[in-house]
Design a protein around this ligand. Structure first.
Ligand code: XMP
Length: 510
């Protein structure tokens, strides 16, 4: 195991993921974790992440110096690098020139960290502070034109620090550097695989649950499906899956989910469908603010579960298919800032009467969840389904949610998805959907003036849903979908295409 100590950077889970890509198990811990806990784990290596602070400010996150005396290799990244230098007697200050973006770095290829890395290599930099002077015992092994100390090493103590971010793809040879750290420096064996993750998770769940009863929130999306099947492998009949149709699903989706996971399907999940459309619409009446909508949908969900749980009898555990990007963007997973309060994460009402929540996919990225799904024998067409957010169409209807708008967005979305599939683009695009804007505008239909809604089409390419680019869809495909939507869907007279990437937008509209 390699552990990542989280000091609040945005890319921390990416570091863990890159290490797992080297077939080395990796987990993230807060910088508040006690050193005794780390000694217990006996990791083969430790990585300090970046973070938004300056090390010399009083309440910046820090760690005990003892960590460098355990004989465990440490790699500091960005803030982590500065912190290591600061703690070990180097100097950190405001950089005379702030570096941001892709910067050419000159490295010393004889250093273990840079084995087989080009001498001049493009790295991603994002820092205001810099290492003005390396700590005693450290050699400088990389620099840029503005940053004399871009990387340092102390080979005797196995301590390494880099100012740039090897975990982001913009650092062209970053993967190589991290793999050098785990293999050359930490001497990891690299025998961790997704099948062992699945096997270990099943064992751990079995142990935790014992003879307890488990209730799973199944939405039919990739994450909850993988979580449900994993649970069913672990505890079989002790599991009941409840599927809440909140009336905010895609067109015909409720029936499709029931067909796959219900009693007629291939899995034994004790599947219960709850049709709760009316309650959700009622509670959403007049609510426009995105975070309020998300909270209402999330809370109502929990209430429906509670009621179901009461019918079933005592339930000990609630399973949720939360994955890592949900956790980080909700700001409950680590030290980084809140972007959106994702459904399924945090914010449980106080009166919840389950003993505990199980989230078996909490550390994984979407593509890792998919690998786990395949490992569990879930068919490909389910595993590669595009993601659908927990609050569903509720966050694809900008402003107030009404039954009429749900119908409009469902129909427009179904047409858009059909046209994308007809064009053979469905496997190439990470996520694509329609959202109904809160804007009405004037149009003309036949000889009549119309004053109707505008629908926005969205399609993005992405690998991890943390960042995304607007997909370049051929104009004919957009044109065909547009004319079908305005002709077939009542009260839509305008179609817009969203060209924005993430950042600065998010994938969903709310
Ligand atoms: P954003 O809009 O934050 O979305 O760029 C990133 C990915 O997360 C999905 N998403 C959610 N998934 N519960 C979920 O399970 C949520 O509340 C939620 N909100 C967004 C979104 O569809 C995209 O794939």
């Amino acid at each position: 195991t390699v552990i990542v100590l989280d000091f609040g950077g945005q890319y921390n889970q990416l570091i863990a993921r890159r290490v797992r890509e080297c077939n080395v198990y990796c987990e993230i811990f807060s910088y508040k974790t006690d050193i005794e806990k780390i000694k217990e784990i006996q990791p083969k290596g430790i990585i300090f992440t970046g973070g938004p602070n300056s090390v010399y400010l009083e309440d910046s996150p820090t760690y005990t110096r003892e960590i460098f005396q355990l004989g465990i290799p440490v790699l500091g990244i960005c803030y982590g690098a500065q912190l290591m230098m600061h703690l070990l007697g180097g100097e950190v200050g405001t950089a005379p020139v702030r570096e941001y973006g892709k910067i050419e770095v000159t490295v010393d290829p004889s250093a273990k960290l840079f084995r087989e890395v080009s001498e001049k290599t493009i790295c991603w930099m994002s820092h205001n502070d810099y290492i003005a002077k390396a700590a005693p015992g450290f050699d400088i092994i990389a620099h840029t034109s503005d940053c004399p100390v871009a990387a340092v090493q102390n080979t005797e103590k196995n301590l390494y620090a880099v100012q740039f971010h090897p975990e982001v793809l913009h650092t062209q040879e970053g993967k190589k550097m991290l793999s050098n750290f785990v293999y050359q420096v930490c001497e990891c064996s690299g025998d961790w695989r997704m099948d062992s993750f699945v096997e270990e998770s099943i064992q751990a769940i079995r142990q935790k649950v014992g003879k307890g009863k488990v209730l799973c929130a199944l939405s039919g999306g990739v994450d909850s499906s993988v979580a449900a099947v994993m649970l069913s492998k672990a505890v079989g009949n002790q599991l009941t899956c409840v599927f809440v149709d909140h009336g905010l699903l895609r067109k015909n989706e409720g029936d499709e989910v029931e067909a796959v996971f219900g009693p007629e399907g291939a899995y034994n999940l004790n599947f219960i469908r709850v049709n709760a459309q009316e309650r959700f619409y009622e509670r959403l009446k007049g609510v426009e603010e995105p975070e309020s909508k998300r909270k209402i949908i999330g809370e109502e969900f929990i209430r429906v579960f509670e009621e179901e749980a009461k019918k079933i009898g005592a339930v000990d555990f609630l399973v949720q298919g939360t994955i890592y990007p949900d956790v980080v963007e909700s700001g409950v997973g680590g030290e980084s800032t809140v972007i959106k309060s994702h459904h399924n994460v945090g914010g449980l009402p106080d009166y919840v009467d389950f003993k505990e929540i199980i989230e078996p996919l909490r550390d994984l990225f979407k593509d890792e969840v998919r690998k786990a799904g395949l490992e569990l024998g879930i068919p490909e067409y389910l595993v590669f389904r595009q993601p659908f957010p927990g609050p569903g169409l509720g966050i694809r209807i900008i402003g107030e949610v009404t039954a009429e708008k749900v119908k409009m967005v469902q129909d427009a979305d179904a047409i858009w998805r059909e046209e994308i599939a007809n064009a053979g683009l469905d496997k190439k695009i990470g996520q694509y959907f329609a959202a109904i804007t809160n804007m009405r505008s004037v149009g003309v239909m036949g000889d009549e003036r119309t004053y109707d809604y505008a629908v926005a089409l969205r399609a993005v390419t992405t690998t991890d849903f943390m960042t995304a680019e607007s997909a370049e869809i051929p104009w004919e495909v957009i044109g065909k979908a547009t004319s079908r939507i305005v002709n077939e869907v009542k009260h839509i007279n305008r179609v817009l295409y969203d060209c924005t990437g993430k950042p600065p937008a998010t994938i969903e509209f709310e």
